[in-house]
Write a protein that binds this ligand. Sequence first.
Ligand code: COS
Length: 388
Amino acid sequence: MDFSFPPEMVAFRRMVREFAEEEVRPLAATIDREDRVPWETIPKLRQAGLLGVPFPQKYGGAGLGEMGYCILLEEMGRVCTSTATFIGAHIGIGAMAIYLGGTEEQKQRYLVPLARGEKLAAFALTEPGAGSDAAAIRTRAVRDGDRYILNGTKIYITNGSFADIISVMAVTDPALGARGGVTAFIVEKEYPGYKVGTIEDKMGIRGSATAELIFDEVEVPAANVLGQVGLGFVTFMQSLDVGRVTLGAACLGGAETALEMAIRYARVREQFGRPLAHLQSVQFMVAEMAAEIEALRSLVYRTAWLVDTKQPFTKEAGMCKLLGSEIASRCVDRAMQIHGALGYSRDFPLERMLRDSRIAELFEGTNEIQRIVIATELFREAGVRIRP
Ligand code: COS
């Protein structure tokens, strides 16, 4: 499987797999049942240096780029979607927005503690009236001397209930919208007026906290404008592009586990006098799962290579997210079909995996948005500008 990976990536995968098996898998069912964040795992992730994997070492990271980051999320996705989601929101979009859009000073002040895992991040875009239509946000930032005053509400924010540092997208010029009127800010959770609101009671990823964030006259220093005033939409879209590749990697991990479970069970469960593995209907299911997984693996790691070699990857990121989420859902569903009633039991991980896998078709841009992103890029390459 690792034939194309350089030795340092193979070694990194081995280390992460060991960590995931020892520290993450044993808690996956517990945090789902108890509907809580894996607090005990977070310091261990920090000690293992896993909370800043893609970032350069000068910013406190492991310097392993997008490929290392995909390996991390694939391995986490194999054992616990909630933990993969926590890491994805912290690294892939929260801290990533600072890495991509921040000044050197902001990176030293905010990215370094995030990459070291001393602080935790969230990424706040979605609002009651904006999600897929990211440019429709209403959270307002008004300049007042050397600060901005933020007012508005964000919803469905992963890690929102506990994040120390939040990358926030707000409108600075309503007349300009996505092209020049949206600015990204770095908000610290201690700023007066910043509050955590409702915490979602979700169907799946119950070990990942999803919260409403309220900004009530929050004073943010002008020095905390992330990148340039008016260019926040681009910074946020670029962060989402990175996040969508690694979301595809996490889905790849979940799909691999489903296939392994299906094969393991089909070898031992007997019906009609022989193991399920001898039934063609089961063979066809595992064959389709394996083919889809192999295709997804190639797509994810080729896209990681595009990111690391600084080539355009927006279209491929949309594909990673679209195909990854659909393949993971299909593989878990097929594995459940092969397991029959056992798969449906709460005593067995598949029912949690089924609930957990569904979210990837919805968050970080619905799969309908991914189709729009892919089509927009395809037509852009053909010289045609299309609108959603
Ligand atoms: N990378 C860099 N820049 C980008 C970009 C990207 N991936 N996507 C858009 N931009 C820039 C473009 O430069 C564009 O300006 P120009 O037309 O001058 O080139 C500007 O941003 C506006 O882009 P666009 O016209 O495509 O914006 P739309 O309002 O039409 O929205 C979609 C486009 C639908 C693709 C966008 O709103 C989106 O991705 N929505 C989903 C957001 C999401 O993932 N939400 C989930 C919650 S956050 S976890």
